[in-house]
Design a protein around this ligand. Sequence first.
Ligand SMILES: *[C@@H]1O[C@H](CO)[C@@H](O)[C@H](O)[C@H]1NC(C)=O
Ligand SMILES: *[C@@H]1O[C@H](CO)[C@@H](O)[C@H](O)[C@H]1NC(C)=O
Length: 251
Amino acid sequence: MRSNALLPLWPLAVAAVPNIKRQTVTETLIPTTSFTDFDTYWTQLYPWGTDHNGGARMSESQVAVADGILTITATPVEGEPPATNGGVEYPVNYLSGAIHASQTFAVAAGGGYDFSAEFLATTTYGTWPAFWLTAVSGWPPEIDMAEWKGSGDVSFNTFNTSSSVATHDVPYPDADEWHSIKVQLRDENGSSVRVKYFLDDVEQTTHYGNNYIGTALYLIINLQMEGSSGSPGPDYDVTYSVRNLEVLSYQ
Ligand SMILES: *[C@@H]1O[C@H](CO)[C@@H](O)[C@H](O)[C@H]1NC(C)=O
Ligand SMILES: *[C@@H]1O[C@H](CO)[C@@H](O)[C@H](O)[C@H]1NC(C)=O
């Protein structure tokens, strides 16, 4: 044990130091190199398994990493049993891929995160790539940081309930070129989270998520098919690639 004599307190010197506001610490939670160190940061499939709300069943075999780029390939298949979600059956017409971050994210009071990455995303009818956050327990929160529903647009959505959802669709130019998405989550007032969306570094819209503070979120990247993008989807392979994904914490 250290003697108190080694810990002088200098009360006069301390009193002379001006009040310093608590600094927000910026911490890199997921670095831009994460796909090459896949098992440290990522887990295969959806957090709940292989199926969700569309025509693709997720399989590790459809996910590849090369030169730091994640590529998910959707391949038409026959003979798969249907997927069931929320009492609805979806014919499974593809094998595709989904991954989720091994850690979860909860905006703390006074805190926030930046999620960013570059995407080569298909906008073909019947393809439904996405980059999104959803509640670990219960639902919502859900923040669709980017989803492409086969219309030629990219969609940004924040859900308060299934019927109270802020949506913003913008034309997605040159889908065969890389585009960047950045989404900033910040504490607005101790209960709501402010969500700001950027496409190619240009601010697109701001949404507010009710009671999002302190609620844990999964980060998911997937290439779902059909579902909200319509059917039938393409009868050939399609891909979705992601690079330079980064998650910064400000809490
Ligand atoms: C969601 O709730 C927040 C906070 O109450 C509110 O500011 C926002 O307008 C709501 N969004 C929608 C789409 O109702
Ligand atoms: C927090 O901010 C949101 C968005 O501005 C607003 O709708 C909501 O009423 C605010 N809640 C409180 C408790 O101030």
